[in-house]
Design a protein around this ligand. Structure first.
Ligand SMILES: Nc1ncnc2c1ncn2[C@@H]1O[C@H](COP(=O)(O)OP(=O)(O)O)[C@@H](O)[C@H]1O
Ligand SMILES: [Mg+2]
Length: 342
């Protein structure tokens, strides 16, 4: 089959002109004309396509080719779940969902099209970002995560390679390929589906089954903490030459000292709290990042001083309070910490 086709229906994996992988010009579901490949990952390929019904350009994500029919059914269910999860969230910092179509055992998700360059590409090409730039991106992704969690969706794959940018440089969360949502049908594990190990929260991968927890809002927040760390430090906090070594690093969860994080160090440490119950949720983390943004000096000492001493004693140090202005965020954060540690 050469047109109106999904990848799976190509007998030799070649495109319509016989060249490997070139599917440009193919009409999908009688509606979307593939124009060029935008990117590919573990789940499949993403194309720029013309929606001939509305005459607008979209991004169209299709499954990768899988020959085994049982395995293929699982991938189809997974793609259906991805579409379901994405369609539940509408937010300026989440890639917009347009449509999902199925054809010849292939699932296509039509969504808003952006420049395909991810935050991961930026970090690989340009190295680490300034603290201010990383804070802005962190705040935008946090707002996205708030909307995701409010829609009772868990993203489960927050990492620089799943963050795109608007034309104005603000960030967008994308790739709901392993997201789940309340009431989602269970799918069995096929292939590499648990998310990149370096970004996984330690409670998800605990070697002791008693300690192991399912994905949660807190585990998404951990992944954002790793992403923030990487943005400013230029390396991931928990690394290794193989999965085993990464797991060992995660199990210890000792955060390697930060040299460049400055005022982001405190929020990063909070997000990378080993105990998921002690991590701030998206709303709390957003306030914490805002606090770090408006603080002219690194807040780490202030924050820890204030929290350790408690509210009464801290009033003996008016100068320190003044230095963060009247935002009230520090008060709010110390109350939050006390509440969440009870
Ligand atoms: N809406 C989009 N607009 C532009 N490029 C996109 C879009 N969605 C994905 N891409 C590109 O395709 C790549 C793979 O997409 P992704 O959804 O992350 O797939 P996978 O689930 O296989 O990781 C991304 O890294 C990005 O470069
Ligand atoms: Mg991806």
């Amino acid at each position: 089959m050469t047109n109106e086709a999904g990848f799976s229906s190509a007998s030799d994996g070649n495109g319509p002109d016989g060249s490997p992988d070139d599917w440009s010009g193919v009409l999908v579901a009688g509606r979307y004309r593939l124009e060029r490949e935008l990117g590919r990952g573990g789940m499949g390929r993403v194309w720029e396509a013309l929606d001939t019904k509305t005459n607008r350009t979209v991004a169209l994500k299709g499954l990768r080719d899988v020959q085994d029919s049982d395995e293929r059914d699982e991938w189809v269910r997974r793609a259906q779940r991805e579409a379901q999860a994405l369609s539940r969230v509408e937010h300026q910092h989440v890639v917009g969902f347009h449509n999902v179509v199925e054809e010849s055992g292939q699932v296509w998700i039509a969504m808003e099209r952006f420049a395909p360059r991810t935050l991961g590409d930026v970090l690989r090409e340009q190295g680490p970002l300034t603290v201010m730039h990383a804070t802005d991106i962190g705040l935008q992704v946090l707002r996205a995560l708030r909307a995701v969690h409010e829609a009772e969706v868990l993203h489960r794959d927050v990492k620089p390679d799943n963050i795109l940018f608007h034309a104005d440089g603000s960030a967008l969360l994308m790739d709901f390929g392993i997201a789940t949502y309340k009431g989602a049908p269970r799918v069995t594990q096929v292939g590499q589906v648990i998310g990149a190990l370096e970004y996984l929260a330690p409670e998800l991968v605990s070697m002791d089954p008693e300690d192991r927890r399912p994905a949660s809002e807190a585990s998404d927040l951990w992944s954002l903490g790793v992403t923030l760390y990487e943005m400013v430090e230029g390396r991931r906090p928990f690394e290794g030459v193989n999965d085993y070594e990464i797991l060992l690093a995660l199990r210890e969860a000792q955060i390697p000292p930060m040299q460049f994080a400055g005022r982001l160090a405190a929020p990063i440490r909070a997000l990378l709290h080993r105990d998921p119950a002690r991590r701030p949720n998206a709303e709390a983390a957003e306030k914490l990042l805002e606090l770090s943004r408006y603080t002219s000096t690194p807040p780490r000492g202030l924050l820890l001083d204030r929290i350790d001493r408690g509210p009464n004693e801290s009033s003996r140090r008016p100068q320190q309070r003044d230095s963060i202005g009247s935002s009230g965020l520090l008060d709010w954060w110390s109350r939050f910490r006390r509440r969440s540690s009870q």
